[in-house]
Design a binder for this molecule. Structure first.
Ligand code: NAP
Ligand code: GDP
Length: 319
């Protein structure tokens, strides 16, 4: 194997939900020609450009998977829209600028289906990112994420760099943020069911339970992320989602958790809490064109594995 083929892949946000899933997949694959470095915020504060440059000079990546971000569920976004915009804009600009300055060949960044226009036709596809304002609940996160697409186009047009981005739907799995106030719906509900079972209290689901979501298991996303890094050659982003038929209501998702954790208590819907965006149904037609045979982990199996992980790792889990 010549040195020319050797990839050094820096994974920003390497300690989070998605980063830890990529680490597991990479460890299972054991590819000889790729070295991965998984960064946490303690290794480098990416809001600081000098520190970002120091970090890139230290690891000398040829490729970057850029995951680091201020991330949160609906309720953290509602409280901190300004922080989401400013912090994520800083991180993204620093990472993409320093990657360019240090000669990185390809950066794969991470958008989200929640950044699409609120008023739209369905299913959403990759061409619609900038077609109108995002949902008001997460405008800060959304506009910051949309600017990654602007940066990718800019670096491509002006410098011929072929960076790209993926657009996952709601992600869940081991090492998620299981904090009830700040986290996403599935880890929040897993934590709530755990407590309701332990304390013999009702489970409170926030909102009406009617909004619809497509959920992707972190290990499926990790495999697709690595395919994008290695094989996908477009600058335009690609939606990484389960099929449209697999979209489900929050109520149905909660029922999968209730079943997986064998919770028998009362279930309450707190309709004083926000429902957020009603739906953001995304098309995976582009993904299916490239990878028609990709098999997603069945939702119930992935939920069961996530619940079991949380129970087994309760003391150390992020919560
Ligand atoms: P996560 O579990 O909250 O992990 C965030 C990661 O970013 C952690 O490794 C964290 O480091 C790092 N980080 C945060 N601030 C940083 C800073 N200032 N400097 C350096 N590193 C920093 O997030 P995730 O759910 O894995 O999300 C990964 C990516 O997927 C994000 O870009 C997110 O927007 C996107 N995404 C997530 C979802 C979802 O449902 N979770 C859906 C669509 C897209 P520490 O561990 O040190 O804190
Ligand atoms: P979103 O998909 O970006 O809106 O973010 P979330 O993953 O936080 O999902 C929010 C949806 O789940 C809204 O419809 C909430 O009303 C509903 N939901 C129900 N219970 C919970 C909970 O315990 N935590 C969170 N974050 N959302 C919940």
């Amino acid at each position: 194997m010549s040195n020319v083929d050797q990839k050094v892949v820096l994974v920003t946000g390497g300690t989070g939900l998605v980063g830890s899933a990529i680490r597991r997949v990479v460890n299972e694959e054991k590819k000889q020609n790729e070295t991965f470095v998984f960064l946490s915020s303690k290794d480098c504060d990416l809001t600081n450009k000098e520190k970002t440059l120091e970090c890139f000079n230290k690891h000398k990546p040829t490729h970057v998977i850029h995951l680091a971000a201020l991330v949160g569920g609906l309720f953290k976004n509602l409280r901190q829209n300004l922080d989401f915009f400013r912090i994520n804009s800083q991180i993204n600009d620093n990472v993409l600028a320093v990657a360019h300055e240090t000669g990185v060949k390809k950066v794969v960044s991470c958008l989200s289906t929640c950044i699409f226009p609120d008023k739209t036709t369905y299913p959403i596809d990759e061409t619609m990112i900038h077609n109108g304002p995002p949902h008001n609940s997460n405008f800060g996160y959304s506009y910051a994420k949309r600017m990654i697409d602007v940066l990718n186009k800019g670096y491509s047009d002006q410098h011929g760099v072929k960076n790209t981005a993926v657009i996952p739907t709601n992600v869940f799995g081991p090492n998620d943020n299981y904090n009830i106030e700040d986290g996403h719906v599935l880890p929040g509900l897993i934590h709530k069911v755990y407590l309701a079972k332990k304390n013999n209290t009702p489970l409170t689901i926030w909102g009406s339970g009617k909004p619809l979501r497509q959920f992707i298991y972190s290990y499926d996303l990790a495999k697709l992320f690595l395919w994008v890094l290695r094989e996908y050659d477009e600058v335009d982003p690609i939606i990484l989602s389960v099929d449209e038929k697999d979209e489900m209501s929050i109520k149905d998702a909660a029922e999968a958790i209730i079943e997986a954790m064998d919770f028998k208590g009362e279930v309450i819907f707190d309709t004083t809490k926000s429902d957020g965006q009603f739906k953001k149904t995304a098309s995976n037609a582009k993904l299916r064109k490239y990878l028609p045979g990709f098999e997603f982990t069945p939702f119930k199996q992935a939920v069961k594995e996530s619940c079991d992980w949380f129970v087994e790792n309760f003391e150390s889990a992020r919560k």
